[in-house]
Design a protein around this ligand. Structure first.
Ligand SMILES: Cc1cc2nc3c(=O)[nH]c(=O)nc-3n(C[C@H](O)[C@H](O)[C@H](O)COP(=O)(O)OP(=O)(O)OC[C@H]3O[C@@H](n4cnc5c(N)ncnc54)[C@H](O)[C@@H]3O)c2cc1C
Length: 375
């Protein structure tokens, strides 16, 4: 049943609250610990057994993807209902039951290649029709969690005589013979990305999505959704420290409870206003999308804004930390501070992933503002 008016939504809120009270285990109402994050997939591990209980219960309700249609494993909620669910989850400080792409099968995204990032349509991974199967040879790079993924959705070249119209979208199992994922270590000390190699990988023909050579349209649309979902999560990560609270804790407050450093206080206030305005913009865009307007190029505006916001937030946190922010590992440093330092380094990638800020600014200039290219 869809709850459309305020009274029905209130009814939905009460039912949701009751269900969450009964079904969200107490330990799932505590801050997320990095190694307890649940990513899903056939190799999913559950360090805390309650994580599995919480995931199973939420998945059964379809609430790991609340707005997806029920027939695809979602909850079939309207936007307004999904917002109520979000608010009720926040109210009890519930952890997200599941992260990233999704559920029983964990996916990775095979788009970028060593010679094709911003100019993605220049990709060269070759896919040949061998009669009863496709044969794939080539290399991807920056494939997030390829070493942990069950399946990949991949862009491949099926026609070399043309650029955009020679690309297809295909799915295959990462256990297929000829697939190799090599993790790359990053500035943050983690290895979430891989170089991914394909050598004579055989793929059944019914795993092509859409029509042969029609992959670019799917890829573009998917990127728009990626940009807009990155923006609505605000690069949330696994824990969300409020910069204001953190700064107060570290720097101290005056007699009226205000942060002692006036300059930092001003910049934190600016950041807070930006974040508030940004959240309202995301909400407006989501409403428009739900009312049938395409996600379109506004996704580039939001992606650009979200990257800037998250990077500014981490700069402020690092500044508040002072010398504590220089820590990397070891007993001498506070665990929270070590985490902030690594997340600050991780946030550098926000203006690259899902399309760089420069490319998003180009899209905004051309497609939103209608500016002509400089000759
Ligand atoms: C955290 C993270 C996760 C990622 N996950 C994945 C993933 O799962 N799967 C995947 O396929 N890829 C992934 N990527 C790769 C990402 O999509 C690419 O890094 C990105 O598209 C940029 O491509 P590139 O690195 O080749 O840089 P390039 O395209 O070589 O760009 C280098 C620099 O030149 C600038 N530039 C390039 N062209 C222009 C232009 N026309 N105008 C102005 N400036 C320009 C860029 O803005 C950038 O600063 C991930 C990247 C990050 C950081």
């Amino acid at each position: 049943m869809a709850y459309d008016n305020a009274e029905q939504l209130e009814e939905f809120r009460l039912e949701t609250r009751k269900w969450l009270e009964a079904n969200c285990p107490p330990s799932m109402r505590t801050p997320m610990v990095d190694d307890e994050v649940v990513w899903g997939g056939r190799n999913a591990t559950f360090k805390n057994p309650d994580s599995k209980v919480w995931l199973d219960r939420m998945a059964e309700k379809g609430w790991t993807a609340p707005e997806w249609p029920k027939e695809y494993g979602g909850g079939g909620l309207t936007r307004a209902e999904a917002r109520v669910l979000e608010q009720e989850l926040r109210r009890i400080k519930a952890r997200a039951p599941l992260f990233s792409f999704k559920g029983k099968t964990r996916w990775c995204q095979g788009y970028s290649e060593p010679g094709a990032g911003s100019d993605l349509a220049g990709l060269q991974t070759r896919c040949e029709d061998k009669g009863d199967h496709y044969l794939i040879n080539g290399q991807k790079v920056w494939t997030s969690y390829a070493d942990k993924a069950d399946w990949i959705f991949c862009l491949v070249r099926t026609d070399t005589s043309t650029k955009h119209e020679g690309i297809s979208f295909i799915l295959f199992d990462m256990k297929s013979p000829g697939v190799e994922a090599r993790p790359i270590q990053l500035i943050s000390g983690e290895s979430p990305f891989c170089e991914t190699f394909f050598t004579d990988v055989k793929v059944p023909k019914d795993q092509l999505v859409g029509r042969l050579n029609g992959g670019w349209e799917i890829a573009k649309r998917l990127l728009q959704f990626e940009r807009s979902s990155i923006s609505s999560s605000g690069f949330g990560g696994t824990g969300s420290l409020s910069p204001e609270e953190y700064a107060k804790q570290l720097i101290g407050t005056d007699e009226s409870g205000r942060l002692l450093d006036g300059d930092l206080r001003g910049r934190l206030a600016d950041h807070r206003m930006y974040a508030k305005a940004f959240a309202l913009t995301v909400q407006r865009q989501t409403e428009q999308a739900k009312a049938g307007q395409a996600v379109g190029h506004t996704a580039s505006i939001l992606k650009y804004g979200a990257a800037k916001m998250n990077q500014d937030r981490h700069e402020l946190l690092i500044e508040a930390l002072g010398t504590e922010g220089l820590g990397w590992a070891g007993e001498g440093f506070d665990k929270g501070a070590l985490r902030v330092t690594r997340q600050w380094l991780r946030s550098k990638g926000n203006s690259i992933e899902g399309g760089t800020s420069e490319i998003n600014l180009n899209v905004i200039a051309k497609r939103v503002l209608g500016l002509k290219e400089h000759q």
